[in-house]
Design a protein around this ligand. Sequence first.
Ligand SMILES: NC(=O)c1ccc[n+]([C@@H]2O[C@H](COP(=O)([O-])OP(=O)(O)OC[C@H]3O[C@@H](n4cnc5c(N)ncnc54)[C@H](OP(=O)(O)O)[C@@H]3O)[C@@H](O)[C@H]2O)c1
Length: 193
Amino acid sequence: MVTDPTSFIDTWKAMEKLLKTGKTRAIGVSNFSKSELEVILREGSVVPAAHQLELHPYLQQKDFVAWHMEKGIQIIQFSPCGNLNAFYRDVSWAKEEAHITRLIDHPVLLNVAKKHGKTPIQIALAWGVVNRRAVIPKSTIEWQILENAAADKIVLDEEDLKEIASMDQKARFNDPSADFGYKLYIGLDGATV
Ligand SMILES: NC(=O)c1ccc[n+]([C@@H]2O[C@H](COP(=O)([O-])OP(=O)(O)OC[C@H]3O[C@@H](n4cnc5c(N)ncnc54)[C@H](OP(=O)(O)O)[C@@H]3O)[C@@H](O)[C@H]2O)c1
């Protein structure tokens, strides 16, 4: 990858100008660390509408999530199915995390799913939705897409949430820092350094 010397805050300020032209109604970021977001909050004039980041029961990032809520930044969970994406298990940047149990085979999700008459993947997705996050699973298979879409109707109780909280392993599957030549996720759970 060839990186440009333009700083992200200059890019952000250029994006802010697009709001005034009406070409976009909202602007946001992806894969930012807290310190990078703090630069935007300090030097920019618009709070990001959303931050798209890796989040699933194996990487819950509780403090970082709470901080977004405090700042009014909507979280969009990418890779909400954790290591179900074969890419994260079979290749990687693969550290030992790549070989942990597939998210949907985890006994906690199996138990909660059984209790609600749902599937483990629906519980993993519902965990994000009930916590007021946008959740964007990817699938190429129609029945799976329908199954995923139905997950936003599921109500989880306190006991379910407590059990799912125990699944956090600070396991980050998507960290292409080495390939990008740019250190991502500094200070965040599951960062490589
Ligand atoms: N901003 C970023 O840096 C970033 C990084 C990564 C991903 N993303 C975005 O996040 C979204 C999802 O990411 P992702 O593909 O990494 O992760 P994901 O949605 O967590 O996982 C996708 C994997 O889960 C499988 N799957 C989905 N629904 C399933 C179901 N109901 N039952 C069984 N298996 C199921 C898919 O299988 P099949 O393919 O066989 O259906 C695929 O292998 C995409 O829109 C992507 O663009 C953004």
